[in-house]
Design a binder for this molecule. Structure first.
Ligand SMILES: [Zn+2]
Ligand SMILES: [Zn+2]
Length: 212
């Protein structure tokens, strides 16, 4: 190599190292700043818009990244002809397959949903979610008609809690209480301290006592 080229070679090396450093800084930053997941609300069939909007408004106060997708038909493969209702396990599988990695989809329907429990092949339920996982489904069909907005929001928090990894909770007033075939939403006032702290470690925020 000729001596006259040495200064330009040095300059090239310095520039190259500076740009390598910048790239490394960007990589370090990307590792540190983990992208927050998005909760996607997926209305199914003729789900009433007012219930969807009500949940979105209240949900955003405890978890800010919430989007509503355009309504789609309930998938025909999830329909259970003998009981004329939809299989919740099929629905959450269908929703999972449509959800980008890292996000969570909550399907909302006014149709009746069911799944298999130990003693029953097709048992009517209000909601079902992976624990943990990318999707859950909730139905207004079995909620108290006079109090749907409040009960529906609590049901959504319960199933979203499962997607975050929360199991059922022994506290009777906690949103993660097991329904055990009944409707106990009016007795449920908040996430208990243990469940709340678990969600707060996953970027949920509960500020006012009514949200706790
Ligand atoms: Zn549950
Ligand atoms: Zn709890």
């Amino acid at each position: 190599m000729n001596i006259p080229y040495l200064p330009s070679l040095l300059a090239f090396c310095i520039l190259c190292c500076a740009s390598c450093e910048q790239v490394q800084k960007r990589i370090d930053k990307a590792i540190q700043v983990k992208k927050p997941f998005i909760i996607i609300i997926q209305p199914l069939g003729d789900m009433p818009v007012q219930h969807v909007r009500h949940v979105q408004e209240r949900l955003k106060k405890v978890y800010p990244h919430v989007r509503i997708k355009q309504s789609i038909e309930l998938p025909s493969q999830a329909y259970y002809h003998p009981r004329k209702r939809y299989r919740a396990d099929s629905l959450i599988r269908f929703l999972k397959d449509r959800t980008a990695e890292g996000n969570i989809t909550i399907g909302m329907t006014s149709s009746d949903i069911s799944h298999t429990t130990g003693s029953s092949v097709d048992y009517g339920i209000m909601g079902l979610g992976y624990q943990p996982g990318k999707s859950c489904v909730v139905s207004t069909f079995r909620l108290a008609k006079k109090n749907i907005p409040s009960q529906f929001f609590k049901l959504c928090l319960h199933e979203l809690g499962h997607t975050q990894g929360l199991p059922h909770c022994p506290e009777k007033t906690c949103y993660m209480r097991d329904a055990e075939g009944g409707n106990h939403f009016d007795e449920q006032t908040a996430f208990c301290k243990t469940c709340r702290e678990y969600l707060e470690s996953r970027n949920w925020h509960f500020e006012s006592p009514t949200q706790k």
